[in-house]
Design a protein around this ligand. Structure first.
Ligand SMILES: Cc1ncc(COP(=O)(O)O)c(C=O)c1O
Length: 449
């Protein structure tokens, strides 16, 4: 099938907005990927600094993981309900040794949002007198009906309101507001230790620890969503290590298999599980997922963790992240008309752009130089952060190559009159509302049948 045929099917059978986006972005179709690069169906290779917002931490199609998964597939892929396999048991034991404190009860799911919901259910059941949740403004925790309740990015939930009303939003980094919101105690506080999405905010030192202390003082549960940050992305195995925090539950997903299988897990403390079972009479079966934690996924996770440890990817992310961030800051400082800030920790780095038009223009110019970046796809955000999230296996040469391309990109943008960006901003804000024929004409899409 050629690209347009694929897009037509997408338009008819799935999502017309996505089809329009594929057309106007002029992105070719991804065909294969190895290590740090992705190859399209026309044979062009791209350095992947998007990584599906942090998923492919061990590089694409990592042979160490693929061989382990193949061996597992040769014996059993999905276990019969109620049974258990050796690699699942090993994975549970492994997570228990890696995580701090008594975080050692693993509940497996298939997606991040599902694992978030599991944590919400556990939090509500742990203390039925407390139903209030505290969340961070602009945080992202998934889009199922349950997880929408605690989503700080309000745009995603508007069409589905009314949802739970006992949820308070607190700005990231504002400990005074957090203290006020927690008051005498709430069911749970949900936090991404590094605020991701199109924002990328690094917490001030000690901030997560202060929240932990407030939770301990008030008997509120602390739930860390480390779906984006864990397994080295932030420069530590887990981002909670920066503040030596031990939450009551931690949620892991993306990096857990490095994109080799779809999996998520909520790991709760032994003490919380004890309370649920002994004090609340909860049967833990009500929390589980039938297909969560199958041998195929769990083997991928176990071997990905082995690979991450063997290669010491967290230390690599810390070291190479400094190189990338320093370079991005040096280059961006010359162009304050385009870049407001360059946040980063480990290999979670980004450019806070002055406008969506600048974010899009940089993405396109970097694409022309065969580098994929993590575009926020959030035309409502005035200053989106364009993410640079390479696999943690990225080399120094690849980072330097990306930095050179960024230099060229910003030089090219500087040559354009600024009013072009103003027009582009209007276009981006209205792109899905204007007649498609006009949008296609403006973005140079050839005639669509
Ligand atoms: C921090 C965070 N939480 C939750 C989710 C939801 O995960 P999923 O898309 O697998 O449901 C994501 C996904 O990007 C995420 O980044």
């Amino acid at each position: 099938m050629n690209r347009e045929e694929v897009i037509e099917i997408c338009e008819k059978n799935w999502n017309p907005t996505a089809a329009t986006m594929y057309r106007i972005s002029h992105r070719t179709m991804e065909h294969s990927a190895h290590g740090q690069s992705v190859t399209d169906n026309e044979g062009n290779s791209f350095l992947d600094f998007a990584c599906s917002y942090g998923v492919f931490i061990v590089g694409h199609t990592q042979s160490y993981i693929q061989q382990a998964v193949q061996k597992q597939l040769d014996s059993i892929a999905i276990k019969p309900y109620g049974s258990c396999d050796e690699n699942t048991i090993k994975l549970m034991a492994k997570l228990a040794t890696m995580l701090p404190g008594d975080l050692n009860r693993s509940y497996f799911c298939n997606s991040g949002a599902e694992a978030i919901e599991l944590a919400m259910r556990a939090a509500l059941a742990a203390n039925p007198k407390r139903q209030k949740m505290v969340i961070i403004s602009n945080s992202y925790h998934g889009k199922t009906l349950g997880s929408l309740n605690i989503l700080g990015q309000t745009g995603h939930k508007e069409p589905f309101t009314p949802l739970m009303n006992n949820v308070e939003h607190v700005p990231f980094g504002d400990i005074v507001a957090m203290k006020k919101a927690i008051g005498d105690g709430v069911a749970a506080v949900f936090i991404e230790p590094v605020l991701g999405g199109p924002y990328l905010e690094i917490p001030p030192a000690g901030y997560i620890k202060q929240i932990e202390c407030l939770c301990r003082e008030t008997g509120s549960l602390l739930i860390a969503d480390e779906i984006q940050t864990a397994f080295g992305r932030s420069g530590k195995m887990f981002a909670i290590e920066y503040d030596n925090v031990v939450p009551d539950m931690i949620i892991l997903s993306k990096g857990l298999t490095g994109g080799h299988a779809a999996i998520a897990v909520t790991v709760m403390s032994a003490e919380l599980e004890r309370k649920l079972i002994e004090e609340q009479g909860l049967d833990p079966q009500v929390l589980t997922s039938g297909s969560g934690g199958n041998p195929f996924n769990n083997t991928a996770a176990l071997s990905a963790i082995e690979f991450i440890e063997q290669q010491d990817l967290p230390a690599r992310a810390e070291h190479l992240g400094t190189r990338l961030l320093t370079g991005m800051r040096r280059i961006s400082a010359i162009y304050p008309q385009f870049i407001l800030d360059v946040p980063g920790i480990g290999l979670m780095t980004g450019l806070k752009c002055v406008s969506p038009a600048v974010e899009t223009a940089i993405t396109i110019e970097m694409g022309k130089q065969n580098i994929h970046l993590g575009h926020s796809m959030n035309e409502k955000e005035n200053h989106p952060v364009l993410r640079f999230y390479p696999p943690l296996t990225v080399t120094e040469q690849e980072i330097d190559h990306c930095l050179s391309a960024l230099e060229v990109t910003l030089q090219r943008l500087e040559k354009r009159p600024l009013f072009i960006f103003k027009i582009m901003n209007q276009l981006i804000k209205r792109q899905y509302k204007m007649p498609k024929s006009l949008l296609y004409k403006l973005t140079g899409v050839k005639k669509v049948s």
